[in-house]
Design a protein around this ligand. Structure first.
Ligand SMILES: *Cc1c(COP(=O)(O)O)cnc(C)c1O
Length: 195
């Protein structure tokens, strides 16, 4: 395991209300990731006295971009050109983005096909409001072998494309993610242990 590189742990807070998030903040959890725009905006308002770094980690509908893009610090789920166009239209500053890659061949899952990654990166360059900082993927539920394969692939794709950050690993698979050089973990249920 390579522990030289520091890893950012993001609390995937879809399970938590704002009083629980306050408790976690008091325990030095400063990064939170939300999946739903409306929930996130409500929580942002209730927690505006705290210095939280906000990550959006859920599927993002194009028509929701204008409501949230200027409130977040990181977007983990850039997965199509139409979303990039919407960000370009509404963002008032450069947005740090991870490109979501589907590496488990599950049709119901978002993310671009790894074979299209290079082309996608090329196309995205013309949007000056988007700063691609890394890649993101989600492992396969209940399948450690497919999950490890996905994390290994994400690591090698990030290296190939010279992207410094890799967002991968959740409660059930974060050790595998660290083994394959994750830089951002998105951990939800495990934070219940801290509450
Ligand atoms: C909920 C969620 C997580 C965290 O899931 P846990 O299994 O509770 O750790 C991570 N990433 C995304 C995209 C999620 O929706």
């Amino acid at each position: 395991m390579n522990l030289n590189e520091s890893v950012t742990v993001i609390c995937a807070s879809k399970y938590f209300d704002t009083s629980q998030m306050r408790k976690l903040y008091q325990k030095q959890v400063f990064h939170f990731g939300e999946n739903r725009v409306q929930d996130m905006l409500k929580k942002m308002d209730e927690l505006k006295d705290l210095s939280i770094t906000w990550h959006f980690i859920g599927h993002l509908q194009t028509n929701k971009v204008k409501d949230m893009i200027n409130q977040i610090d990181y977007l983990h789920t850039l997965d199509r050109i139409s979303l990039a166009e919407s960000i370009q239209k509404y963002a008032e500053h450069k947005v740090k983005c991870f490109i979501q890659v589907n590496l488990t061949e599950e049709d119901q899952k978002s993310g671009i096909n790894p074979n299209n990654l290079t082309q996608f990166l090329l196309e995205i360059r013309k949007y000056d409001k988007i700063e691609v900082i890394g890649l993101m993927t989600i492992g396969k539920d209940m399948d450690a072998i497919a999950t490890e394969h996905a994390f290994m692939m994400l690591d090698s794709l990030a290296k190939r494309e010279n992207l410094p950050y890799r967002s991968m690993g959740m409660t059930s698979d974060y050790e595998l993610a660290i083994k394959h050089h994750a830089t951002h973990l998105r951990i939800g249920r495990k934070f219940l242990d801290l509450l």
